[in-house]
Design a binder for this molecule. Structure first.
Ligand code: SIN
Length: 522
């Protein structure tokens, strides 16, 4: 087989440019390592981190570790990995101060006396979330990405889609490498602009490719959240866990098309109340924390009210606040609502749940180490156990910052300790058959409808079994029909979506116990 000259070789290859990828790249570069950062878009502005509205958990002077842990455990249905909560408790405020406030100068909202303003969201017992109006993710990511562009040992490659992780066992041209422990050595990367695929070899690879909400018909997630990282890690042989715990955000703006715009939980944190079509505040019937109950409970309660009252949505009522206040605190949400002729100062916002966050993922320790040597994972694609069976609001940006930084910093030590084999690998085999857009569109829709209807908010053995039949056939067809199709970002995504849907389904079928976001009524 013809061996490929690697397009590039680097110390650290980071796959994904959301906050976890940015934080890991920055930290690794500060340790003196050469970093290549892959961004699937032109800029980092289409990541889930960029779109995060609510905020980032910071600190309330009244907080004790016990309060903090209790909020995580109650929300995560007692499946939270306490060691990880400790890590974010001990490192979070320090890294927010050091990186976000002092270094990047993120303009967090302040009180009249100049302190960082704090808000509250669902299942937090008190205010401890720092925010920048209703576009916290954007404010952080814009500054972070600009900073990375100035760091000389970071090379950002925009419009690049990772096709597969390179492992010694699967891709090395040295057949004796099958006897090495499972080891990652970089990735095959599709360059969207030149339409070419090349290997990039790396001493350490960090998967930071985000989540999978787009496998569902309705989601708050951006276009590329289609499960790429989970599928690649699975094919490489990594351990994945807790995949059945898909969090549905209770409040996205209802619309008659499939798109869903997030209405931040901070709206309820500021006193917004969920009401049914009769104007009743129904949440206290379901949970003592009312509209600020954990997300899984709110999402299911909304679905119950929807079916009980026969309307396709419920209302989120924040009319006790003035127009001036709302425009100042939630400018983005205010504008979006107005664009669909909803004046949130005078009427309830029609809202419905939508797929939001995968609490499980590639199993990692607190330094991002997976079960494959030289492969780390951070952010939504990874599972530290911080979220247990359901994620606490505004913990995802914190997780990205803390574990991204710790993971990036650890790369130097790992590279020093490991015996690094950089294998010769085969050229990517280019296929030429044109893609049939009708087939492609139907396959995507099949996944979305099946996941939404059968592997969604409320699950039963019968629904999961039905999904199994559909998805199993689909995955086989996807592998067969597209095996000779020209590679592009969309076909890569479809193949990964088919695999990742099966991973979720498999976990959901095996787990017969309702817990957190995995809710079975049988
Ligand atoms: C929100 O603003 O409601 C989303 C924040 C999060 O998912 O943590």
């Amino acid at each position: 087989m013809k061996s490929a000259e690697p397009f590039s070789e680097t110390d650290v290859l980071v796959i994904g440019s959301g906050l976890a990828g940015c934080a890991a790249s920055y930290a690794a570069a500060q340790m003196g390592l050469q970093v290549i950062l892959l961004s699937i878009n032109k800029d980092s502005n289409l990541s889930s981190s960029y779109q995060a509205q609510g905020g980032i958990i910071y600190r309330n002077p009244q907080d004790t570790y016990k309060d903090f842990l209790d909020d995580f455990q109650r929300t995560g249905a007692d499946l939270v990995n306490e060691k990880m909560v400790k890590t974010v408790y001990e490192n979070g405020p320090r890294l927010i101060d050091e990186i976000l406030i002092n270094d990047l100068k993120v303009p967090f909202d302040r009180t009249e006396t100049g302190e960082i303003a704090l808000t509250r969201e669902g299942s937090h017992i008190r205010e401890r979330i720092a925010f920048v109006k209703d576009y916290t993710g954007r404010a952080i990511l814009e500054r972070f990405y600009d900073r990375l562009k100035q760091v000389s040992n970071i090379e950002i490659l925009p419009n690049t889609t990772c096709v597969d992780l390179i492992t010694l066992a699967h891709h090395s041209l040295d057949s004796l490498h099958i006897y090495e422990p499972s080891t990652c050595a970089g990735a095959y990367v599709y360059f969207q602009d030149s339409d070419e695929t090349h290997p990039i070899l790396a001493k350490m690879t960090i998967l930071a490719s985000g989540g999978l909400g787009r496998l569902y018909l309705h989601t708050s997630n951006p276009h590329h959240a289609r499960g790429d990282g989970y599928a690649m890690a699975y094919r490489a042989g990594a351990r994945l866990m807790n995949m059945e715990y898909i969090q549905f955000h209770p409040t996205t703006l209802f619309s008659t098309d499939d798109e869903r715009f997030l209405i931040s939980e901070a709206v309820r944190g500021e006193g917004g109340i969920l009401r049914n079509k009769y104007g009743e505040d129904f949440m206290p019937l379901y949970h003592p924390l009312g509209s600020l109950a954990p997300r899984d409970i709110v999402a299911r309660s909304i679905m119950q009210e929807i079916s009980r009252t026969g309307t396709p949505f419920v209302y989120l009522d924040i009319t006790h606040k003035s127009t001036t206040w709302l425009k100042q605190r939630f400018p983005q949400i205010y504008e979006k609502c107005l664009a669909v002729k909803v004046d949130m100062a005078t009427e309830g916002i029609p809202v419905v749940p939508a797929a939001h966050y995968e609490c499980g993922g590639v199993a990692v320790d607190g330094l991002g180490n997976t079960t494959i040597r030289r492969l780390k994972a951070v952010g939504e694609v990874a599972c530290t156990g911080l979220h247990g069976a359901n994620r606490l609001a505004s913990s995802s940006l914190l997780e990205c910052l803390v574990f991204g930084t710790l993971t990036g910093r650890d790369c130097l030590e790992r590279i020093r300790q490991d015996e690094i084999i950089m294998p010769a690998v085969a050229l990517w085999k280019e296929e030429t058959e044109p893609l049939d857009p009708d087939l492609f569109q139907q396959d995507r829709l099949t996944i979305k409808h099946t996941m939404w209807n059968y592997v969604g908010i409320v699950r039963t053995a019968r629904k999961l079994e039905r999904a199994g039949g559909i998805l199993w056939r689909l995955q086989r067809d996807v592998e067969k029909f597209y095996a000779h199709s020209q590679l592009n970002d969309e076909t890569i995504g479809l193949r990964n979506a088919a695999t990742t849907s099966m991973l979720i389904l498999h976990a959901a079928r095996l787990n017969k116990t309702s817990r957190g976001c995995h809710y079975r009524i049988d």
